[in-house]
Design a protein around this ligand. Structure first.
Ligand code: TXA
Ligand code: MG
Length: 351
C-alpha cells in the first residue's frame, strides 16, 4: 500500500486515486483556489467525522460542501431563491460560499445540526476534476488543525495533518490565498458572515442590494466613539461560524497589528529590550536594522492575500518573540485581510 500523508502531483491517476479514497470513506487533501481543503464524502457521516477528528475541531461547527457544478444545488439545498441562482451564475466556480436551507439528504454531521448548509463550486481546475470524477458533494473545511493558519500549499497540509490524511493532491500554491466569502442567504436579509475575495459591492451588483456585513455596524459605532478603526477586530463574533471566532488563523508567536506610522519605532523598541522581532510590512522599506527580521509584503491586496498565510507560517518558524504586522489600510479592498489579521492577532501566542 502507498504511505499515508503522501503528496501526489495532480495527474489523472492521482485524481482517480483521491476519488476512490473518498468513496472508501477516507479523507484527502484537496487544492482549491482559496486554501487547501480537507475532503470527505459529504453524504458519508463516518467519513465526515474523520474530518473533525483530524482537525481537532468541535463537532458542532458546520462544514462547506463543494459541488461539481451549480446543477447539483437542488440535491443539497431546499429552497433556492432567484437571487441565490443569480449569485451562483455570477460567481461559481469561485470563492463564494452560499448558506441556504438544507435538503433532508444532508447529514447532520455536515451541518452541525443546523437547518442550513454552506455550498460552493471551487474554481481550481484540480478541485473541479476531483469533484467531477467523484460525482457528488465533497465536505471540506480548510486543511489545518483547529484555530491555526489555513494551508495554501500541499506541503502546509502535510505539516498540519501528516498521516491523518490518506494523501494530498498537489495543486500548487493557492491563487486567492484566503478563505471564501460566506454569504448567509437562509434568512430574510442576506448577510456576509466571513469577508473574502468576493466583496459586498460585487454581490450588490448582482442582486441589486448590499448584503449586511457581520460586524460592520458595530465597527462604525466604535469609530464614532473615537476608538481606532485600523487594526480593530470585528466585534460581533458569534461562534455560529467557526471562521468567525475571535481567535483563528493564528500563529503560535504573539502577533501584534501596528499602525504604519508606529511600526519601525515599535519594532526598534522591542528589539532594544532584547526581543527577536519579525516584521511584515507592506508600505515601507526595510530600515536595515540588523536586529529585525523584516519581511516585505505586497502593497496590492490581492497579492498580499496570496502570500499572507505562507508568510505567517514562515514568521512562526523564526523563533521570534513577536510578529509585528503593519496594519492594513481602512479600505474595502483590504476588508477581508483586516478580518484575518485581527483574528490572527487575537489567537496568537498560544504555544
Ligand atoms: O475557501 C473556503 O471556504 C475553504 C475551502 C477549502 O473551500 N473552506 C473553508 O472551510 O474555509 P472552513 O470549514 O475552514 O470554514 C467554513 C466556515 C466555518 O466557519 C463554518 O462555521 C461556516 O463556514 N459554515 C459552514 N456551513 C455553515 C452554515 N450552514 N451556517 C453558518 N456557517 C457555516
Ligand atoms: Mg478554516
Amino acid at each position: 500500500a502507498k504511505p499515508r500523508g503522501r503528496i501526489e502531483p495532480p495527474t489523472l491517476v492521482a485524481i482517480r486515486d483521491a476519488a476512490a479514497l473518498l468513496r472508501a470513506g477516507d479523507i484527502v487533501g484537496m487544492p482549491t483556489e482559496t486554501v487547501y481543503g480537507l475532503a470527505a464524502d459529504a453524504l458519508n457521516p463516518e467519513a465526515v467525522k474523520k474530518i473533525f477528528a483530524a482537525k481537532g475541531r468541535p463537532a458542532d461547527h458546520p462544514l462547506i460542501v463543494h459541488l461539481p457544478s451549480a446543477d447539483h444545488l437542488p440535491r443539497w439545498a431546499a429552497s433556492i431563491s432567484k437571487d441565490a441562482i443569480a449569485l451562483a451564475r455570477a460567481f461559481w466556480p469561485g470563492p463564494l460560499t452560499l448558506i441556504l436551507k438544507r435538503s433532508p439528504d444532508v447529514p447532520d454531521e455536515v451541518t452541525g445540526g443546523q437547518d442550513t448548509v454552506g455550498l460552493r463550486v471551487p474554481s481550481h481546475s484540480i478541485a473541479l476534476a476531483m469533484l467531477q470524477v467523484f460525482g457528488s458533494g465533497i465536505a471540506a473545511p480548510s486543511a489545518n488543525r483547529f484555530g491555526r493558519i489555513s494551508p495554501t500549499t500541499a506541503e502546509h497540509v502535510r505539516e498540519e495533518l501528516g498521516e491523518r490524511v490518506a494523501m494530498v493532491v498537489d495543486g500548487g500554491p493557492c491563487a486567492v490565498g484566503i478563505e471564501s466569502t460566506i454569504l448567509d442567504f437562509s434568512r430574510d436579509v442576506p448577510e456576509i458572515l466571513r469577508p473574502g475575495a468576493i466583496t459586498p459591492e460585487a454581490i450588490a451588483r448582482v442582486i441589486g442590494r448590499r448584503p449586511r456585513v457581520r460586524g460592520e455596524v458595530e465597527e462604525a459605532q466604535s469609530r464614532d466613539a473615537g476608538r481606532t478603526a485600523t487594526a480593530s477586530i470585528p466585534s460581533t463574533l458569534a461562534p455560529r461560524v467557526s471562521g468567525a471566532l475571535a481567535a483563528h488563523y493564528a500563529p503560535r508567536t504573539p502577533l501584534r497589528l501596528v499602525p504604519p506610522a508606529l511600526l519601525a519605532d515599535e519594532a526598534a523598541t522591542l528589539a532594544g529590550e532584547g526581543s527577536r522581532v519579525a516584521v511584515l510590512a507592506h508600505s515601507q522599506a526595510d530600515p536595515r536594522d540588523s536586529r529585525l527580521i523584516w519581511q516585505p509584503m505586497p502593497a496590492d491586496p490581492a497579492t498580499y492575500a496570496r502570500e499572507l498565510y505562507a508568510s505567517l507560517r514562515t514568521a512562526d518558524t523564526l523563533d521570534a518573540d513577536f510578529i509585528l504586522v503593519e496594519a492594513p489600510p481602512d479600505d474595502p479592498a483590504w476588508r477581508a485581510l483586516a478580518d484575518r489579521l485581527g483574528r490572527a492577532a487575537v489567537g496568537s501566542g498560544e504555544g
